[in-house]
Design a protein around this ligand. Structure first.
Ligand SMILES: [Zn+2]
Length: 326
């Protein structure tokens, strides 16, 4: 009989924010073998001070941390990596596919911008799409200051790290992973599961610059976790999730409902993704453009994969319509 391993102790670092995310969360995790930091918040003094306080309150110091594991490449999760490593040069682990983004690989980032330019054109976004591309070009320069320095060690599905199993959960980000302590059902969930908001399945290109069907991936990653017995989930934002399996069901249901609503908009009309976005999201199309387009394109990809809608290209722009069913 396999002996159960001791349940790790989690020390949450919860940094409040006035944004709809409620808080930036990262976690010190004490296992039998090591003291791990899972994610690192935003690169601001406030996050740094919260980290210092949680370390001190629990009798640790920065030098006691053995390694950092990143759930995905987003800025609000990788912020303090360089600052921590400048004091204590510990290994950093992330999914194998996070490297290009963590290293701000210029060739890839340029390819990524070209990808969005083509995508927004094809989706009928016109001037609003162009504005977004300008923003991405400006961010490209700023991005250089956010390169994660030093070596990053790659993780993949099924890896075992300090008693945690690495599970690939692409969707919110293509390189998203969660860490599961199987004996206790304790899950470090990153942004895969958030209690108070549904995670955005953000459209991204893959390494080759091809579109990833992020929403389909996200839905698949949600269903995948249903195979595990989960008791508690520690998310990247908001409150700790006491009933992860219930929340997974709710999120899957939410995706299905939204797809239905969008399918009903497309019915009997031939619309661009931008037109559908304006009908569904109204003024948010302007103010939250990239999120809104990710949602719409994600659902259209999903509906296409179920043969519910189809598209036709005219003058370089895709028009979506409902598929005739016999
Ligand atoms: Zn996040």
């Amino acid at each position: 009989m396999k002996l159960k391993t001791q349940t790790p102790t989690v020390y949450p670092i919860i940094v409040p924010t006035s944004s709809s995310l409620k808080s930036f969360n990262f976690y010190l995790v004490k296992t039998k073998q090591a003291l791990i930091l899972v994610d690192t918040g935003v690169n601001v003094d406030k996050c740094w001070n919260y980290l210092m306080n949680v370390l001190e309150d629990n009798g640790f110091s920065l030098n006691d941390i053995d390694k950092i594991i990143l759930t995905h490449n987003h800025n609000d999760h990788i912020g303090l990596v360089n600052r921590i490593r400048s004091h204590n040069p510990i290994p950093v682990y992330a999914h194998r596919d996070a490297m290009l983004r963590l290293k701000r690989d210029e060739a890839f980032l340029k390819k990524r911008i070209a990808f969005f330019q083509t995508l927004y054109n094809e989706m009928g976004c016109g001037d609003r799409g162009e504005k977004q591309i300008e923003k991405l070009n400006k961010a490209l320069k700023k991005n250089k200051s956010q390169i994660i320095e030093g070596e990053i060690l790659p993780l993949v599905e099924g890896d075992e790290i300090d008693g945690f199993r690495v599970i690939e959960t692409p969707g919110h980000a293509p390189d998203h992973i969660v860490l599961l302590h199987e004996d206790s059902g304790l899950l470090l969930a990153g942004d895969h599961l958030i209690q108070h908001v549904s995670s955005n399945a953000l459209i991204e290109p893959d390494k080759q610059g091809e579109k990833i069907s992020s929403l389909l991936q996200y839905e698949h990653s949600l269903k995948k976790l249903k195979d595990y017995s989960l008791s508690i989930a520690y998310p990247g934002h908001g409150e700790i999730v006491k009933n992860p399996l219930q929340l997974i069901d709710k999120r899957i249901e939410g995706i299905e409902k939204k797809s239905e609503k969008l399918n009903n908009i497309v019915t009997d009309q031939s619309l661009t993704a931008a037109e559908i976005a304006k009908i569904y999201y109204q003024e948010k199309y302007g103010s939250e453009f990239s999120l809104v387009m990710s949602e719409i394109i994600g659902h259209l990809d999903r509906l296409e994969s179920y043969n519910r809608v189809t598209k036709e290209k005219q003058d370089g722009i895709f028009y979506y319509y409902t598929r005739e069913t016999n």
